[in-house]
Write a protein that binds this ligand. Structure first.
Ligand SMILES: *Cc1c(COP(=O)(O)O)cnc(C)c1O
Length: 392
């Protein structure tokens, strides 16, 4: 099957990247092997000198199942290549760490997942200059990029505040400053992503989320130019052990088959929930990029064509009200994954974003009353009923 860019994403998500063995198997094969046998010592020598297109050495470097996942996601994202990693954080760490050296500068949006901030702290420890800006304020980006920078890094839709970054505008400023644009695109999902078209050079996913879609396995991926992926990221990742397990890559590959159907249904339900909860006495703020009340609603619609699958809801009664609501939910689970088939609710201030200082939490709107809802595949009427009864 060809990987024609004229085909729809939904078609390519099923067919792209398939490599069939001599058996002509229909489904994507799971090559659960760390190593590969050489016909001769000379062949081994030759392969270590230069790896050919359909050749593998060791699963830490690459594996046929992992490569199928990489080729499929690269095709969907519109990048030349991709490297699959053990987790989303291995992808963030790999993309940033492989690129920078002491004295380089990274400008990043401060509305960011706690572990991403941790990676930036490590880089700062090794002499990388890290400047955090308000991602919504283009003047701040411009000021921080004045003296040039190696890279900019941001979550295109922030976790959990759902701030939507103007990718095209930030990419213009970054490129003018000679910086590479690296985007954590988890909340946008590959379904609603136009990251490359808007100017991103490197697009990162935690495939643990919507790509797996069933909360089964950790995984991640770095999508970019062949040069970035194979000459910058891959050497770092293959020597430091960040590669994905072939089994997890196989799960992700199968996740991509159904991703578009799942994510669109989840986003439809998220919009239905956001509309149904409307003004409610117990809710002080409901954040959903698909609602006209969201500060970057127009941008979200032009950039993604959807509000996505996540909602942030701030409860009037603070932490006590948030905990009481979580405890009363019957259908929606208290957990901290997202993009799962099952709806999940999280209290970021005490869990995923506990590490942030009180000042940072306040700055990012991670208030004691804030809960984050990842909308699953249940019928939206049932989810709305569950939330309503929990708010009583
Ligand atoms: C979950 C997440 C990550 C980390 O992914 P893991 O697969 O858990 O390592 C990074 N960025 C964002 C925005 C996430 O939601």
């Amino acid at each position: 099957m060809t990987d024609s860019p004229r085909q729809h994403k939904r078609t390519r998500a099923v067919h792209s990247g398939i490599r069939r063995s001599q058996y002509g198997e229909m489904a994507e094969a799971l090559f659960m092997t760390q190593g590969f046998v050489y016909d001769s010592a000379a062949q081994a020598e030759a392969r270590f000198e230069k790896v050919g297109a359909d050749e593998f050495i060791y699963a830490r470097y690459g594996n046929p199942t992992s490569r199928m996942f990489e080729d499929r996601i690269a095709d969907l994202e519109g990048t030349e290549d991709a490297f699959a990693t053990a987790s989303g954080m291995a992808a963030v760490n790999g993309a940033l760490m492989s690129l920078v050296a002491p004295g380089d500068k990274i400008v990043a949006a401060r509305a960011m997942f706690g572990s991403c901030l941790y990676v930036l702290d490590i880089l700062a420890r090794f002499g990388v200059e890290v400047e955090l800006v308000d991602g919504l304020d283009l003047d701040e980006w411009e000021r921080a990029l004045k003296g040039g920078a190696k890279a900019v890094f941001f979550e295109s839709v922030s976790n959990p505040g759902l701030e939507v970054i103007d990718i095209a505008a930030v990419a213009r400023l970054a490129h003018a400053a000679g910086a590479l644009v690296i985007c954590d695109n988890v909340f946008a999902t590959p379904v609603f992503s136009r990251a490359v078209e808007l100017g991103c050079d490197v697009v990162i996913y935690s495939s643990t989320k919507h790509i797996d879609g069933g909360g089964r396995a950790l995984g991640g991926v770095i999508c970019g130019t062949r040069e970035f992926v194979r000459e910058i990221a891959e050497p770092y990742l293959k020597h430091t052990g960040g590669a994905i397990s072939p089994f997890n890559a196989w799960l992700m590959l199968n996740g991509l088959n159904t991703m578009e159907l799942r994510v669109r249904a989840q986003a439809d339900s998220a919009l239905a929930i956001a509309r149904a909860l409307g003004p409610h006495d117990a809710i002080s703020k409901l954040v959903y990029p698909g609602l006209p009340s969201h500060p970057q609603h127009d941008l979200a619609m032009s950039q993604m064509g959807s509000g996505g699958t996540m909602l942030a809801i701030e409860l009037e009664g603070g932490k006590d009200a948030a905990f009481a609501m979580l405890d009363r939910l019957e259908l929606i689970s208290i957990s901290n994954n997202l993009g799962d088939a099952k709806s999940i609710i999280t209290h970021p201030a005490t869990t995923t974003h506990q590490r942030l200082t009180p000042e940072n939490k306040a700055l990012l709107g991670i208030t004691p009353g804030l809960v984050r809802l990842s909308v699953g595949l249940e019928h939206s009427d049932d989810l709305i009923a569950d939330i309503r009864q929990a708010l009583e």
